[in-house]
Design a protein around this ligand. Structure first.
Ligand code: HEM
Length: 414
């Protein structure tokens, strides 16, 4: 999708949704309707593993794959692995992340998140006092530092490496899923830079995994590498691929959602006041933000393993299937007045975290972070208003979010 549409891709999705399962080119289908996306994320005839498919994408083009080469080069992260391997690795990581084996990890981050949010607003208040400028960039000054410090802590990664990590991820995100501009000279330059940064990021994580294999340390990665649970420890190969997935998926989406929450409330001032005065409404409003402004616009590429009939269309075996979660989330057949932000909306089973076996692994942690960050912001930042609306957007079409969100405020109180 064109970069020019990034601030508001929704009219385009609405147009696409007139054909909820649309063939866009040979053996390539785009699914934008809620019931159709929901059916396909739960359909075992759909694979996420490109090495099981006869074809793959080269840029925008679908090409035939050599099966042996595809199997050799496959990525071992759970996001692109099918059962039964998927389920084993997901259990191996989940054992050290959530209930029943590790019920306390996510709740134990509560104090850390609140302290971090307060520390960031203290710094913004001090800057305002020193400079006289009552303006902050919500992305850099607030949304980004919270999830990134949480995921480093959860994973047991050395936080002193965060600035390097930030640079690599910025380059990677700039070029991954660039959309139709990928063939332009700028697109190609960004892709070359992203390849270099991705290699450095992967090498850094490989070193971390190797080190933790030799010397166990704190955090999820080490725990999974030294697990003595029913599925045994994860292999180095699986640890490395999933470390990359968890480190990136575990912060970028949450940064965008905190920013989207602040932006959406400021676009709807009545809602801002309502939530500031009724904190118990925050969780529901956060879900509504996720429905309206998904931080993951499409699910990862999927492949039809056999012919599949959905929404009156037959998707032939071997086709690539794009599930546009963000379009499904505004399907009027599922959500009345789908473009309206209704922080009190009942029956809001959005697909912002996906659904089915690949449902977001970190959803409960993300929800905790977004809710707490937003509560602190609502409590302390007085009379905020958007400076530029729509804000500038980052390039990535899948992991969509503002690059900056400038907000002017009257005061940041204690
Ligand atoms: C608001 C924040 C987040 C959003 C919107 C989000 C969204 C998603 C979505 C839509 C999927 C499913 C993709 C698909 O079916 O192809 C997913 C999967 C995943 N997410 Fe998240 N995510 C968020 C936060 C997190 C966090 C904090 C973590 C880690 C701590 C995380 C780790 C993962 C992993 C590992 C998967 C793959 C699960 C699997 O394949 O079984 N995510 N996420």
């Amino acid at each position: 999708m064109k970069f020019a549409n990034r601030p508001d891709p929704y009219p385009f999705y609405e147009e696409l949704r007139r054909t909820p399962v649309a063939k866009v080119s040979d053996k390539t289908y785009v699914v934008t309707g809620y019931p159709e996306v929901l059916a396909l994320v739960h359909d075992p005839r759909i694979s996420v593993d490109v090495s099981r498919s006869p074809s793959g994408f080269f840029g925008e083009k679908l090409v035939q794959l050599d099966p042996a080469e595809a199997a050799q080069n496959r990525n071992w992260s759970m996001l692109v692995t099918d059962p039964p391997e998927h389920d084993v690795m997901r259990r191996q990581f989940m054992r050290h992340f959530g209930p029943p084996h590790t019920p306390d990890l996510i709740p134990s981050m509560e104090g850390f998140v609140v302290d971090k949010a307060n520390e960031l607003l203290d710094a913004a208040a001090k800057r305002a006092k020193d400079s006289g400028s009552h303006r902050m960039d919500v992305v850099e000054d607030f949304s980004y530092p919270i999830p990134v410090s949480v995921i480093f802590r959860v994973m047991g990664a050395p936080i002193e490496d965060e600035p390097k990590f930030h640079g690599w991820v910025t380059d990677f995100m700039q070029a991954a899923d660039v959309g139709p501009e990928r063939m332009s000279p700028e697109g190609q330059a960004a892709i070359a830079k992203a390849n270099q940064s991705s290699a450095e990021l992967a090498a850094w994580l490989d070193d971390l995994v190797e080190k933790l294999i030799r010397e166990p340390g704190p955090g999820l990665l080490s725990a999974a590498l030294h697990d003595d649970g029913p599925d045994g420890p994860v292999s180095a190969r699986v640890a490395k691929a999933n470390a990359l997935l968890l480190m990136i998926a575990g912060h970028d989406t949450t940064v965008n959602t905190i920013t989207n929450a602040v932006m959406t409330l400021l676009r709807n001032p009545g809602s801002w006041d309502l939530l500031r005065d009724n904190r118990d409404l925050v969780p529901r409003a956060v879900e509504e933000v996720q429905r309206l402004q998904g931080a993951v616009q499409f699910a990862v590429n999927r492949w039809a393993m056999t012919d599949i009939e959905v929404g009156g269309t037959r998707i032939p075996a071997g086709s690539a299937v794009f599930l546009v979660l963000a379009a499904a989330n505004r399907d009027p057949r599922r959500f009345p007045e789908p473009d309206r932000f209704d922080p009190m909306r009942q029956d809001n089973e959005h697909l912002g975290f996906g659904s089915g076996i690949h449902t977001c692994f970190g959803g409960p942690l993300a929800r905790l972070e977004i809710n707490l960050a937003l509560e602190v912001f609502l409590r302390r930042v007085k009379s905020p208003r958007l400076v530029v609306d729509p804000p500038p957007y980052r390039h990535n079409q899948v992991f969509r979010g503002p690059r900056h969100l400038w907000v002017d405020f009257a005061e940041i109180t204690d």
